[in-house]
Design a protein around this ligand. Structure first.
Ligand SMILES: Cc1cc2nc3c(=O)[nH]c(=O)nc-3n(C[C@H](O)[C@H](O)[C@H](O)COP(=O)(O)O)c2cc1C
Length: 182
């Protein structure tokens, strides 16, 4: 028998839709991911958003993808400004991501977003939080509509990281009790 389609996607024939939905969400939430601040800019507007759906997608060119819900402020700025920064955070810097899971307040004079100081990336102009451990600065090269979200693919045009060649101890989803998606 073909899988049935429910509001929340495909459900195998004979499965209880609610139980299946819970199981699928538990497994999807278990996919290991990082946890980043995604910076966007368009004209004088700046924004930062907490994001865990981010990954490298190609080596030549160096492409990084972020999947962003349609209609959020970040989505609008990505479409308009066509660039983004991905700020990698210190492992102990969990508190900062909590500030950017809802729309941020932008104080352009103080150059803060929700009270957090930022500067503009030298190449793209998208914001970088002062406390970032490392940063990928990207210009937008592809946009792929996926339903609820759009995959925005950027080419890395600049990178910032501490000197040395040691592994960077960056924040991951598992360092928090947060989840997203499912
Ligand atoms: C742990 C966590 C991870 C998140 N990851 C994403 C993500 O990858 N993509 C996305 O569109 N929203 C993600 N969100 C939701 C956004 O942070 C949230 O919708 C935010 O308010 C959007 O900000 P904006 O409207 O200023 O763009 C995540 C939320 C949490 C709590």
């Amino acid at each position: 028998m073909a899988p049935a389609v429910s509001r929340s996607g495909l459900v195998p024939a004979g499965a209880d839709p609610d139980a299946y939905d819970r199981l699928r969400r538990r497994v999807l939430w278990s996919l290991p991911t990082g946890l980043y601040l995604l910076g966007t800019a368009a004209g004088a507007r700046r924004n930062l958003m907490t994001c865990n759906w981010a990954t490298q997608l190609a080596t030549s060119p160096k492409l990084v993808g972020v999947s962003v819900e349609n209609g959020v402020h970040t989505y609008e700025l990505l479409r308009e400004g066509r660039c983004f920064t991905l700020c990698l955070l210190r492992r102990e810097d969990r508190a900062i991501v909590r500030k950017f899971v809802k729309p941020a307040s932008d104080d352009r004079e103080a150059r803060t977003l929700s009270g957090v100081p930022y500067r503009d990336a030298p190449v793209s102009g998208a914001p970088i939080v002062a406390s970032a451990l490392a940063v990928l600065d990207c210009t937008l090269v592809h946009e792929v509509p996926l339903g609820s979200h759009t995959l925005f693919v950027g080419e890395v045009v600049d990178v910032m990281a501490p000197d040395g060649d040691g592994e960077l101890a960056v924040l991951r989803m598992e360092d928090t009790r947060m989840s997203y998606g499912g």
